[in-house]
Design a protein around this ligand. Structure first.
Ligand SMILES: Nc1ncnc2c1ncn2[C@@H]1O[C@H](COP(=O)(O)OP(=O)(O)O)[C@@H](O)[C@H]1O
Ligand SMILES: [Mg+2]
Length: 239
């Protein structure tokens, strides 16, 4: 029997309406993503990888089509349902970290747990455990500007994990890092996926990195000359 689908995308289309017209970013995307999979999402710059990640995370809605998460249509969820989905099930890791500059590493990492109204002390301890696991014991009180890129990204991953989500959506999490730091981030994400069975969906430009995933989803795109045309349906290449 096939693994149970975590996500089911059916004919997903995403358009952006601008003054100059409509940009078709995703068109007729149909695919399943299994629970506990590690998926690499690849494609040329502008092919819609970030857009798709936002849709999967409930940060945006498709223009047409359906995205079901465990059988529930994300586009039909209320704002309150979406908020609780994002807090409880989804950890988002951004390419450029998105840490608050005035907060310490520890404060940044604990933030989503505080918003959830959980026990404060337990939340701080949980954040601290993740920072410890990522080798940041000596950096708890540092502000982002006092941290290297790799350290900032590790704080951002701790923040993404603090509410124990089962889905990690990572948008080029190694994009701004040198090779050694990138390897460290990849190891962290891989371990969390392997040891805890979390679904990992990662956008990357790095072919070597993508080839390590269970599955590669490639967003195809139109001809390169501007203005760019609609994206053709993603082709899922299974390893
Ligand atoms: N909020 C938006 N409004 C208008 N156009 C957007 C918006 N977000 C993305 N786009 C456009 O959609 C296309 C895909 O963007 P994106 O998903 O960020 O691509 P990728 O992550 O693959 O580089 C780009 O041409 C981008 O300019
Ligand atoms: Mg992007």
């Amino acid at each position: 029997m096939a693994a149970k689908a975590l996500y089911q995308l059916q004919n997903v289309t995403k358009n952006f309406h601008l003054e100059g017209g409509v940009i078709e970013v995703l068109r007729g995307l149909t695919l399943d993503i299994a629970a506990s999979a590690w998926v690499a999402l690849v494609g040329r710059s502008g092919s819609g990888k970030t857009t798709l990640l936002h849709l999967l995370g409930g940060l945006d809605k498709p223009s047409a089509g359906h995205i079901q998460l465990d059988g529930q249509d994300i586009a039909r969820m209320s704002a309150a349902q979406l908020t609780s989905l994002r807090r409880q099930r989804i950890g988002f890791v951004f390419q450029s970290y998105h840490l608050f500059p005035e907060l310490t590493a520890w404060e940044n990492a604990v933030l989503p747990a505080l918003h959830w109204g959980r026990d404060r002390e337990a939340a701080y301890q949980n954040a601290r455990q993740w920072l410890h696991a990522f080798g940041l014991d000596d950096r708890l009180q540092h502000r982002p500007r006092e941290l290297s890129g790799g350290e900032q990204q590790r704080v951002a991953i701790a923040r993404a994990l603090v509410n124990d989500p089962d889905i990690i959506l990572a948008d080029e999490p190694t994009g701004n890092l040198d090779a050694a730091a990138a390897r460290g981030i990849l190891d962290i994400l891989k371990n969390v996926h392997l040891e805890q069975g979390k679904t990992l969906i990662m956008v990357t430009h790095d072919q070597a990195l993508a080839s390590q995933a269970d599955r590669v989803i490639r967003l195809a795109d139109g001809p390169p000359p501007m203005p760019r045309t609609a994206v053709t349906p993603a082709v899922a290449r299974e390893k």
